[in-house]
Design a protein around this ligand. Structure first.
Ligand SMILES: [Mg+2]
Length: 167
């Protein structure tokens, strides 16, 4: 069994993930962290690049679901509704519950599910707890010293991941 803080794969950003390969592995549901994974903190609406990515996922036969820990009222809801995808805010990652609720809602198993996110201690740890495929991406931007220090702390775990492109 893999160490729970080590992601399966590490990508530069969400656009580097080969969606056809992901679907070929059996993934039907992609859970996505919001802040610093899809857009930077504070960006309320999906940009055209994120919208195009969501369309590409759909075309590949993969449903996108936003699983966010954001405590800002309405943040995940507004973003997800603008993008036209299901979501859960206050998801409580790395606890398993949010992952399990999302999979139950969408009618899929852990084997059919992946999580993409920028943080080891929430997205990767939670995904490994829930038994789903864990995809780590580089944070879009740090913005604060705290986020940079957290990123530095994650370094040994990131180093254990396979570098993307070969899902
Ligand atoms: Mg994040």
């Amino acid at each position: 069994m893999k160490f729970p803080l080590v992601p399966a794969y590490y990508f530069s950003d969400i656009y580097a993930i080969d969606l056809a390969c992901l679907r070929a592995r059996g993934v039907k549901l992609l859970l996505a962290d919001l802040d610093n994974t899809l857009v930077p903190y504070g960006v309320a609406e999906p940009n055209h690049q994120v919208r195009a990515w969501k369309a590409a996922l759909e075309a590949a036969g993969i449903t996108l679901f936003i699983l966010s820990n954001s405590r800002r009222p309405g943040r995940a809801q507004r973003f997800a509704q603008a993008l036209g995808v299901p979501y859960e805010g206050h998801a409580g990652k790395p606890k398993r519950g949010g992952f399990q609720r999302a999979m139950a809602r969408m009618g899929v198993t852990p084997e059919e599910t992946a999580i993409v996110g920028d943080q080891i201690f929430t997205d990767t740890w939670g995904g490994n707890n829930a038994g789903v495929l864990t995809l780590l991406v580089h944070p879009i931007r740090f913005g604060t010293v705290f986020r940079f220090l957290r990123f530095a702390l994650e370094t040994p775990f990131r180093a254990g991941a396979q570098k993307g492109e070969t899902l």
